[in-house]
Design a protein around this ligand. Structure first.
Ligand code: HEC
Ligand code: HEC
Length: 267
């Protein structure tokens, strides 16, 4: 009973029915998935996928990582500057991927890593920003994320982020689509159970962008989330939509402590 009461307080806070403000946002005790139970999607994958991810040579995501390393050092745009001209070696990006999504200082917009890279290409290099899901953008975000391989996901305590985190948590609970299901129904309540031919994972974000066999290429977390919307017959938000960034923020809070896996493979 007590935990149910807590959960209600949390959900009431999430739906904005209370005047208590952001301070009442889901606290540790409100976790539907306890931190001690958090597990990477890799643990739910079949032996073939696990082997592919583990084999550094055979892992198909290596193609994008190689492209990303080349792009990092490639002069581009009006001033013919490379990412490395300003940022040095890409290994210096250690820890950076963990800071996203975050608020961009100048505009206050919620930026994910893709947004940041596109911003740097457009503003700093003065070259055309790579489109969402282009090989160039996936390759660059992959190498930047690789610099954080093995580091733990964490949740940023910046109070200015709280409304977005709250919005993400609310989206996570919201029933949607013709199947009238919320993320929580599959990934909090039924993880570990069979879903058609596969095991449902907890829907963790720690491997993205990753190589998915169904896509035959690398894809971003946004692309994966859009697949889940389609899976429940709901209209997916467009690439770049704030909802996907808010969900991603919530997923980092929910999966805090999980190690970043780069390069990762899924079915
Ligand atoms: C009908 C069940 C269902 C619902 C509802 C659902 N998903 Fe998924 N989700 C899946 C399946 C199936 C997969 C692929 C296999 C797996 O990882 O469980 C998946 C995968 C994921 C992954 C990738 C996990 C990994 O390790 O690669 C994330 C992240 C995710 N879902 C988040 C969400 C979010 C956020 C929502 C709500 C917008 C949502 N899902 C709604 C079924 C669902
Ligand atoms: C002319 C210098 C310059 C170039 C070239 C440049 N950047 Fe940046 N970058 C910056 C500055 C300045 C910032 C911080 C302010 C901002 O966000 O614009 C930044 C911030 C970043 C951040 C966030 C770092 C953090 O600590 O959060 C990432 C990631 C990034 N850049 C990636 C890239 C990539 C990828 C490229 C190449 C495609 C690139 N940058 C090219 C100047 C540059």
């Amino acid at each position: 009973m007590r935990s149910r009461a807590r959960r209600w307080r949390c959900l009431i806070a999430l739906t904005g029915l209370t005047g208590l403000g952001a301070a009442s946002l889901c606290q540790a005790q409100d976790r539907l998935l306890p931190l001690a139970a958090v597990r990477s999607g890799l643990e739910f994958a079949g032996p073939d996928v696990k082997a592919m991810q583990a084999d550094v040579q055979a892992n198909p995501a290596q193609l994008w990582l190689a492209q990303g390393r080349a792009l990092w050092d490639a002069p581009a745009g009006a001033g013919q500057r490379a990412c490395s001209s300003c940022h040095g070696a890409v290994t210096r990006m250690q820890g950076v991927a963990l800071r996203y999504p975050r608020l961009q200082a100048k505009t206050g917009r919620l930026f994910n890593l893709e947004d940041q890279v596109r911003h740097c290409v457009a503003e700093q290099q003065q070259a055309p920003a790579p489109t969402f899901e282009s090989d160039a953008l996936l390759a660059l975000t992959a190498v930047i994320t690789q610099a954080s391989d093995g580091l733990a996901l964490r949740s940023d305590a910046d109070p200015a982020l709280q409304p977005h985190l709250q919005a993400g948590a609310e989206l996570y609970q919201r029933r949607q689509g013709q199947l009238n299901l919320a993320c929580t129904h599959c990934h909090d309540r039924h993880w570990g159970r069979r879903f058609y031919t596969d095991q449902l994972s907890q829907g963790q974000p720690n491997g993205y962008p990753l190589y998915r066999l169904e896509w035959q290429q690398l894809g971003s977390l946004e692309r994966r989330l859009r697949s889940c919307y389609v899976g429940i017959r709901a209209e997916p938000p467009d690439f770049g939509a704030i909802e996907l960034r808010q969900l991603s923020l919530y997923l980092n809070w929910r999966g805090a402590g999980l190690a970043v896996e780069m390069p990762a493979v899924r079915k």
